[in-house]
Design a protein around this ligand. Structure first.
Ligand code: 13P
Ligand code: SF4
Length: 359
């Protein structure tokens, strides 16, 4: 991007006031058991399948596992949703995941426990402003992260997730294409650095990952010299530089299981620890420092929007049929193109990225 273009690109990072408090559902054991039993009954009665992201509460992940549902990263959730035969998918995650499920499966009913479960990257990429940005660079292939609205995807040539962004950027670069990337500037910078792709970047960031601090990480590493550092690429460059493994949620879980180390420092949402403990029982998992609760971190390593998914609201939507995801059919038709392109690319070029539950 030229200096003058950079000057007009305003920051699209959220202010602390735009970020809700992270509130994790607290349930007494009796209520929890009753809700789990009720949800199991309702899933069967409604011919519904629960698909959950690794960052959601462990109770939801356990329910998905116990009922023939699915727990994974955002790419693999989309792939599973489009292959699952159920009439209804209940997506426990954030709204772009529900929208992606609806776009790929317009005939299905897609429910979400809380329609307010947004994402800081999605909020920080308003479709009209994004469309203007694209108009300024008509020579560039538009590549957007999955964490965007259907309207933003409708303006894109490709959608990617963190598990496959490097491969797509290399593929497009080999074809001689120059890229316009949005919205996560840290992931964009990482892809650019790793692949040498010619990219201009939207100035957005994830409030959870941007809070990880390299200085605190260095101090923690001094206390645990043999620890391996696992980092999601939405984190700042200084944190990524200290990583032993940089990858999507699925790739970080695989690293815990496969690497020969007892202790791991993990720079991503701490909801992932549930699956990591299952994948590598007995290993020690430490949260990468964010600056401390109430200090410089806003969400303190747990996404406030992911935390909006709970057993109570899951039971309620299955019972009432409310919180159905709707996507304007004209937008969905256009947004399907970059998503389907990615799924096809994943199938033909890099099947192994499809997650730890590969099917
Ligand atoms: P993954 O695609 O790695 O699951 O990440 C999604 C996400 O929202 C990370 O913050
Ligand atoms: Fe969005 Fe960040 Fe939450 Fe992931 S962790 S859903 S990128 S706000």
């Amino acid at each position: 991007m030229s200096a003058s273009q950079q000057a007009v690109m305003r920051s699209h990072r959220l202010t602390p006031e735009q970020v809700p408090e992270t509130v994790v559902e607290q349930l007494a054991p009796v209520e929890r058991e009753a809700l789990v039993a009720r949800i199991k009954r309702l899933l069967e009665q409604e011919n519904a399948t629960l698909v959950a992201h690794y960052y959601t509460d462990s109770a939801l992940q356990e329910l998905a596992d116990a009922t023939g549902g699915y727990v994974s990263d955002s790419l693999d959730m989309a792939r599973f949703g489009s292959e699952c035969p159920s009439d209804t998918l209940v997506v426990a995650g954030v709204r772009f995941m529900g929208e992606t499920a609806k776009i790929l499966n317009p005939e299905k009913r897609i429910l979400m426990p809380d329609l307010g479960a947004d994402c800081s990257l999605d909020i920080g990429c308003p479709p009209e402003e994004f469309s203007d940005f694209c108009d300024q660079h008509p020579d560039r292939t538009v590549v957007v992260y999955a964490n965007t609205s259907a309207a933003v995807k409708a303006r894109a040539d490709w959608m990617v997730t963190s598990s496959i962004g490097l491969d797509v950027a290399r593929h497009l670069t080999e074809r001689g294409e120059k890229l316009l990337w949005a919205p996560d500037k840290h992931l964009g910078r990482y892809i650019q650095e790793q692949t040498g792709a010619d990219m201009i970047l939207w100035d957005g960031a994830c409030v959870v990952h941007e809070a990880f601090k390299a200085e605190g990480l260095a101090a923690l590493l001094q206390d645990h010299p043999g620890a391996k550092v696992l980092v999601h690429p939405e984190s700042p460059a200084a944190v990524i530089e200290m990583a032993d493994v940089v990858g999507s949620t699925t790739q970080l879980i695989q690293a815990v299981a496969e690497l020969d180390a007892d202790t791991f420092i993990v720079a991503t949402d701490n909801g992932i620890f549930h699956r990591m403990r299952q994948a590598a029982p007995g290993k020690t998992l430490l949260e990468a420092p964010t600056g401390g609760r109430g200090a410089t971190c806003v969400s303190c390593a747990h996404c406030p929007w992911m935390a909006m998914n709970g057993l109570r609201n899951l039971a309620a939507v299955l019972e009432s049929g409310s919180n159905e995801i709707q996507v304007d059919p004209a937008i969905a038709e256009r947004a399907r193109v970059p998503i389907a392109r990615l799924l096809e690319f994943a199938r033909s070029h890099k099947r192994e990225v499809l997650g730890n539950n590969d099917a």
